[in-house]
Design a protein around this ligand. Structure first.
Ligand SMILES: NC(=O)c1ccc[n+]([C@@H]2O[C@H](COP(=O)([O-])OP(=O)(O)OC[C@H]3O[C@@H](n4cnc5c(N)ncnc54)[C@H](O)[C@@H]3O)[C@@H](O)[C@H]2O)c1
Length: 386
């Protein structure tokens, strides 16, 4: 255990341990550090311990991000009385192990998406979360795009009936960081570590948005997956890529809508393009994450879109941020997420999205994989537990 000079966080606030200190560990640290400043009235958090495997590297990250301490043994961290919240920011193969152990140790848990690498793991996580809930111990899965103000506003419009009956959804999530065949091997390309490729990484967000925005459940899918570059350079020479690079699916919902989904980490020149269009009987909404402060709306029978800057007082999540037009960034989604999580805990309520929501997404991803393995034939989405 190493102490850092820049201890941060309010005494009396729940103590947080983040497991993993790289991409998501940094994004979540930023959120825990700033949540009380940006969300007046929301409880703060005490940045107690940042956990990783390399003692020097995690100590350096802890100092940079504002943690009181760093550690290399997450099991020992779960035994500490000064830790109330465990935040799981490690690769997918560890989500179930860390989250289940933390819940059983009486810690509230936020786990990054996708919930797990397999349906079996996700089901076990849900069962553990349910038992923990009975003891007042809560959990949440980190679908942070639910906290984009424009998407939260889109959901409000759809729930209020302002686009009528939802008929069609188009959702794509395109990135290009694997487009270069010379890009090296990473844990994200190994099935045993990542579970799947663009599916778990990107389609998990996309499917969650379909559920979140429309309130529909996906019931059946036809799908195709593709691995364009089957081998990549690893530490020991060329290694097999064992996950998908891209996936496509058409899906039916329980309320008669049809969804088309496309995800790829090989879409040249696209960086982080989560694009969502929802078409109803009397209107539509359209969103692009690379322009995340905007929502295109055609409401109440309007026949053309108009562009709305979602930074006004009263817009979802805006209170506590900046004056109108002083736009928010991608990092705000994590701060808003931390605020919702802490507020729910303070009220003794289960935060959303729950592990059940994570499992529901996982079931759709499993159906997509099954359909792709059967040459795109229709596969029904399993139900149960969620
Ligand atoms: N919500 C989002 O938008 C979003 C974006 C990216 C990643 N993610 C998810 O976040 C999770 C982490 O992804 P990332 O991008 O931060 O990965 P990363 O490779 O950047 O970081 C992984 C971290 O886990 C640590 N780690 C790995 N094995 C460990 C072990 N056995 N014990 C302790 N620490 C260990 C690594 O040291 C590293 O700090 C994944 O589940 C991923 O799907 C979510």
């Amino acid at each position: 255990m190493t102490s850092t000079p820049s201890a941060s966080g309010a005494a009396g606030s729940p103590g947080v341990a983040v497991i993993g200190y790289a991409f998501m560990g940094k994004a979540h640290s930023h959120a825990w550090r700033n949540v009380a400043a940006l969300h007046p009235g929301a409880p703060g958090a005490r940045l107690q311990v940042l956990v990783g495997r390399d003692a020097d590297a995690v100590a350096s990250a802890a100092g940079q991000y504002g943690w009181s301490e760093s550690a290399t043994d997450w099991h020992a961290v779960l035994e500490r009385d000064d830790i109330d919240i465990v935040d799981v920011c490690v690769p997918g193969h560890l989500h179930a192990e860390v989250a289940i152990a933390a819940l059983e140790a009486g810690k509230h848990v936020i786990a990054e998406k996708p919930l797990a690498n397999s349906l079996a793991e996700a089901e076990k996580m849900v069962a553990t979360a349910r038992a923990a809930r009975e003891r007042g111990v809560h959990s949440m899965v980190g679908f942070n795009y639910r906290r984009v103000p424009a998407l939260a506003l889109a959901r409000q419009h759809i729930a209020a009936g302002r686009i009528g009956e939802v008929r069609q959804v188009r959702v794509s999530y395109l990135q290009d960081w694997l487009a270069d065949a010379a890009a090296p091997m990473t844990w994200r390309l190994r099935r045993e570590l990542a579970g799947s490729g663009a599916l778990g990484d990107l389609a998990s967000h996309a499917v969650d948005q379909v559920r979140y925005l429309t309130g529909h459940e996906v019931t059946a899918v036809n799908a195709m997956t593709q691995t364009f570059v089957p081998q990549r350079a690893g530490e020991s020479g060329m290694e097999d890529v064992t996950v998908d690079d891209a996936a496509w699916s058409t899906m039916r919902t329980d309320r008669g809508a049809v969804v088309s989904l496309e995800v790829s980490r090989m879409a040249s020149a696209r960086k982080n393009a989560l694009e969502i269009e929802v078409y109803g009987s009397t209107g539509a909404v359209r969103f692009d994450l690379e322009s995340l402060n905007h929502l295109d709306v055609a409401l109440d029978g309007a026949s053309t879109f108009c562009r709305r800057l979602v930074t006004d007082p009263g817009d979802p999540y805006i209170d506590g941020w900046w004056p109108p037009g002083h736009v928010l960034g991608w990092d705000a989604t994590f701060t808003n997420q931390a605020s919702d999580f802490l507020t729910a805990l303070a009220a003794g309520q289960e935060p959303t999205p729950s592990f059940e929501d994570g499992l529901a997404v996982q079931r759709v991803l499993a159906a997509i994989e099954a359909s792709a393995a059967q040459a795109g034939s229709c596969v029904e989405v399993e139900r149960g537990l969620a």
